[in-house]
Design a protein around this ligand. Structure first.
Ligand code: SF4
Ligand code: FES
Length: 421
């Protein structure tokens, strides 16, 4: 039992952000806007201790990520530490910054899996999005060596408005590279992606077409490649069960050693994070104030608090709620869109409820059956109106249309990553 009364599960996965350094400059970079400097990074021995503690805690797999993990000169030793702890090791890389020889040494040291991100299906566009001339060729070369070394390969095809119509070509590229799995991974709007959201957000029509394409490709390539795909957050009918539930299944260690319940948790002000420099991982998992802030369901307000899906999606993503509304658990009413930015149930349940009433209207049963792609984003300048007057579908359709520029223009975007490798 956790301090806040919630059930204390064992974590299964650990995301090890070895560094924020990266030679690329993707406009949707998952790095935070404030990067951990090189001098603050955990050393090899501390990572080995963290992996050993993680294994004792129940963690089964570690994702060696960044930034670009290849920017760490001790990457092989770090990976060996995770392998020695008995963890399944997954290297998440841009492929730029990992020499073929380093990959061979990683394989010898026991690396289990490699995930390479690609920016687009053809060279010029991929390099332009990555902000790095020659990145595409290096990705293809590293992928070939991964397959040659018989390490399972996943291609992570990062999708957004500028390339979402190239899904078929991206899957063809993944097949040609010898990948056993491809993730059609739509950009998640945190950090740099949130900054560049207007240019990255696809239209509803694009998302519908993409969903149909994925279904057709799954059918066509059944048995040859696994195609995983998720609907982009803002178009999903229901919120995603972000990180499998806050403080429930995974933890994230930053380059400097802070332990976060999710990669964007530092964007929520007021949370207290503990560091592996001062605490054991087990102590952090059970007692860190940040992990207990949204663990379980006691923190929830209506409509989540009494919703049948509260143990399925855990109320959605706290970081996204904060990014859209300025509050991870908004306390004003009406709350639905603001509390749970893309929850179909929340949209319905808020309408009949009056201020002060404790009764909620039941969501229609067919809500649970329907999969419907529809934009429900709140335009920042419209939020006050929405709060006062309640949800109006047309208003949101209109808002998202205004939110999108006529054409995506990757050239003008702010670049993530960092050149300090
Ligand atoms: Fe999930 Fe929406 Fe129910 Fe909250 S109201 S638990 S976000 S389905
Ligand atoms: Fe933080 Fe979803 S990214 S809860």
């Amino acid at each position: 039992m956790a301090e806040n009364g919630a059930v204390l599960y064992k974590p299964l996965g650990l995301l090890a952000e070895l560094t924020h350094r990266c030679p690329l400059g993707c406009p949707y970079c998952s790095n935070p806007l404030a990067l951990d400097p090189r001098g603050s990074e955990l050393d090899t021995q501390t990572w080995a201790r963290v992996f050993a503690e993680a294994a004792v805690l129940g963690v089964l797999q570690v994702h060696l990520s960044g930034g670009e993990p290849g920017a760490r000169r001790d990457l092989v030793a770090i990976m060996a530490g995770a392998h020695a702890a008995g963890l399944y090791t997954n290297l998440i890389t841009s492929a730029v910054g990992i020499a073929l020889d380093t990959l061979r040494r990683l394989a010898e040291a026991g690396l289990d899996h490699v995930q390479i991100s690609i920016q687009d299906s053809e060279r010029a566009s991929a390099d332009r999005i990555a902000g790095y001339e020659g990145a595409f060729a290096r990705k293809c070369a590293l992928a070939a060596e991964v397959v040659h070394l018989k390490i399972p390969l996943t291609v992570n095809a990062v999708m957004h408005r500028a390339n979402i119509d190239h899904i078929e070509d991206m899957v063809a590229l993944a097949l040609a590279l010898g990948a056993s799995r491809v993730e059609i991974a739509h950009v998640q709007y945190y950090g740099w992606a949130l900054k560049n959201r207007a240019a990255l957000m696809p239209s509803a029509e694009q998302v519908k077409r993409a969903a149909a394409t994925v279904e057709e490709l799954r059918h066509r390539h059944h048995g040859k490649i696994v195609i995983d795909a998720v609907v982009p957050d803002y178009y999903a009918r229901f919120p995603k069960p972000c990180v499998g539930g806050w403080g429930r299944r995974s933890l994230n260690v930053t380059p400097a050693g802070k332990v976060l319940p999710c990669h964007a948790a530092e964007s929520i002000p007021g949370l207290e994070f503990w560091s592996v420099r001062e605490h054991s991982l087990a102590d952090i998992w059970a007692n860190s104030p940040a992990f207990n802030a949204f663990r379980g369901t006691a923190w929830m307000q209506e409509p989540c608090a009494n919703c049948a899906r509260r143990e399925i999606d855990f109320g959605g993503c706290r970081c996204q709620a904060f990014a859209l509304t300025g509050d991870a658990v908004p306390r004003y009413w009406p709350t639905s869109m603001e509390t749970v930015p893309n929850c179909g149930i929340a949209e319905r349940t808020r309408l009949p409820r009056r201020r002060g009433s404790s009764r909620l209207q039941r969501a229609p049963a067919d809500l649970f059956m329907h999969f419907e792609i529809r934009p429900v984003v709140v335009h920042p300048t419209k939020r006050a109106d929405v709060s006062r007057h309640g949800y109006r579908a047309a208003q949101f359709e209109d808002a998202i249309a205004r939110f999108l520029p006529p054409e995506p223009n990757i050239r003008t975007l702010e670049r993530g990553g960092s050149e300090k490798t």
